[in-house]
Design a protein around this ligand. Structure first.
Ligand code: BEZ
Length: 209
């Protein structure tokens, strides 16, 4: 069965561009953005990995580590990193797993044979400090992902983990939030003393906590 939200992200050992890792040990108690790309030396992947590298300060500020995987070797990844850095004007500062035997790709079901029976699709797993899978995304090879959206989702999850709120459509950090429907009005009044806009009893908008 496919990995689902709430499952523990499977642990594995692998070779990476930053040396061998045991995934859970490498991740420690941070969040992780674990993503696959179809192939080294391809255009969309070059832009995705380059952009991810430029987000390193944004990831650090949120206690997030990025890690990529494809079915290419670490030797290939290391040659390709030079191209990514030169063409995307960045430094690739996160590990890329070499997985020519497809062990990690199979463990995370990143190969979808009806799409391509050899290459990984564009999967994303966001994994929390307790190693729980909190988000999965799957994109086709021809469509680059939106890594700003990945940061936005992490902001929402970190906010909603710490507060009894949910975030509305297209929400961005700092914008108004929704009071959790599980809270009674009395409980909400204690937690949100500045009040809320009650659009419906189940739709209560309040300021970002
Ligand atoms: C790319 O990254 O550009 C790409 C990789 C595999 C198939 C299609 C596009």
């Amino acid at each position: 069965m496919a990995l689902q939200l709430g499952d523990i992200a499977p642990d594995f050992s692998a070779e990476t561009t930053q040396g061998p890792i045991q995934f859970h040990e490498w991740k420690e108690d941070s969040w992780a953005v674990f993503f696959s790309h179809p192939k080294d030396f391809t255009p969309v992947c070059t832009t995705e990995l380059g952009y991810t590298a430029t987000l390193s300060e944004e990831f650090s500020a949120r206690n997030v580590k990025a890690i990529a995987v494809s079915v290419d070797s670490v030797t290939d990844h290391n040659s390709w990193i030079g191209d990514i850095e030169e063409t995307q004007s960045t430094t690739v500062n996160f590990p890329i797993i070499g997985d020519p035997e497809r062990k990690v790709a199979s463990l995370y079901e990143m190969i979808h044979p009806q799409a391509d029976d050899t290459l990984t699709v564009r999967s994303v797993f966001i994994i929390d400090p307790n190693n729980k899978i909190r988000l999965t995304l799957t994109y086709p090879a021809s469509t680059g992902r939106n890594f700003d959206e990945i940061l936005r989702v992490i902001d929402s999850m970190q906010l909603t983990d710490a507060n009894k709120v949910a975030t509305p459509v297209n929400w961005k950090q700092g914008e108004d939030v929704i009071i959790s429907p599980s809270l009674s009005s009395e409980e909400a009044a204690e937690l949100f003393p500045n009040g809320w806009d009650e659009v419906r009893p189940y739709l209560r908008i309040t300021k970002h906590p």
